[in-house]
Design a protein around this ligand. Structure first.
Ligand code: NAD
Length: 281
């Protein structure tokens, strides 16, 4: 039976550590701050944004959510980002994705100052990750690496397989696993014979967005299985991994809910605190 990588417990420990760091900054007269821009009224985005605000509150940080109507134009959005770039109250700026279809996501993200890009999506931060330089690392991949490290999962020389090639999860987690000396395979919707790849994985990351997509027969005995997927089935959340059956076979497994998602928010807090610490220096 797999060891559960409990995101709730790990995230609580990170938040305790961050609280100490926030208090230390506040003692120097600096309160870290996060500004979140939400365009439109996507229900899932509303929940994510609320949780981000609660995270800031828990740590005693400044937080502000700028809610814009769904028909906001690109110029207005970029003007607001510019204003936040120059606003010293905020060390972090986050544009909640997805943006409504008529807006240019890439152009909006490029407007954020790289040092305030606490989501790590700016091309400069993505480029730094790909060239092994110190930059802001995207929250979900950063949280996954934290979980693997805390659990003491051996990575050097191991086979890591990532299912999914998005800019926010698949590609950055593949780079981080490569940096950690894994031999990395990235699989995607056009991959042939997917299970042949996944059965070879000592570390398997599923970032697909399909409920219970990874079944036990696709998993190597003793593998560390990281489930990034957030799917809703009959009103209940479930991941990309067929949890019960895979847990019988894997060495480590993350649950959904209560796994990677919990780490994502606290890594956002960590990136904001780190931005404030860098600025304080
Ligand atoms: P995405 O839609 O951008 O990417 C999905 C990827 O899955 C694509 O690269 C695609 O090639 C691949 N894919 C689709 N069908 C496939 C198939 N049949 N075989 C192999 N690969 C296939 O999604 P994303 O933004 O990377 O998110 C993936 C999932 O993770 C979603 O469920 C999302 O909600 C979730 N997510 C969770 C967190 C978190 O904090 N836990 C953060 C971000 C995303």
């Amino acid at each position: 039976m797999a060891q559960l990588l409990d995101g709730k417990i790990m995230a609580a420990a990170v938040m305790d550590e961050l609280k100490i760091r926030v208090d230390a900054l506040k003692a120097k007269g600096i309160t870290p701050g996060l500004a979140v821009i939400l365009v439109g009224d996507d229900p899932a985005s509303q929940v994510y944004v609320r949780n981000k605000g609660l995270g800031c509150e828990q740590l005693g940080m400044t937080s502000e959510t700028i809610r814009l109507p769904g028909d906001t134009d690109q110029e207005t959005l970029e003007k607001i980002i510019d204003e936040l770039n120059g606003d010293d109250r905020f060390n972090g700026i986050l544009v909640q994705l997805p943006l409504p279809k008529h807006l240019d996501e890439t152009a909006a993200l490029a407007k954020i100052l790289p040092e305030k890009d606490v989501d790590g999506f700016h091309i400069e931060n993505a480029g730094k990750l790909f060239t092994g330089q110190d930059g802001v690392v995207a929250c979900t991949p950063k949280g996954i690496m934290y979980m693997l490290e805390k659990a003491g999962v051996e990575l050097t020389g191991k086979n890591a397989v990532v299912i999914g090639r998005s800019n926010i999860v698949g590609k950055p987690i593949a780079m981080l696993l490569l940096d950690a000396n894994c031999t990395v395979t990235i699989c995607h919707s056009r991959t042939k014979n997917l299970a042949e790849h996944t059965r070879n994985a000592d570390v398997l990351v599923a970032a697909v967005g399909r409920p219970r997509f990874v079944t036990a027969d696709m998993v190597k005995e003793g593998a560390a299985v990281i489930d990034v997927g957030i799917n809703r089935v009959d009103g209940k959340l479930c991941g990309d991994v067929d949890f019960d059956a895979v847990a019988e076979k894997a060495g480590y497994i993350t649950p959904v809910p209560g796994g990677v998602g919990k780490m994502t928010i606290c890594m956002l807090m960590m990136n904001t605190v780190e931005a404030a610490e860098k600025k304080a220096k």
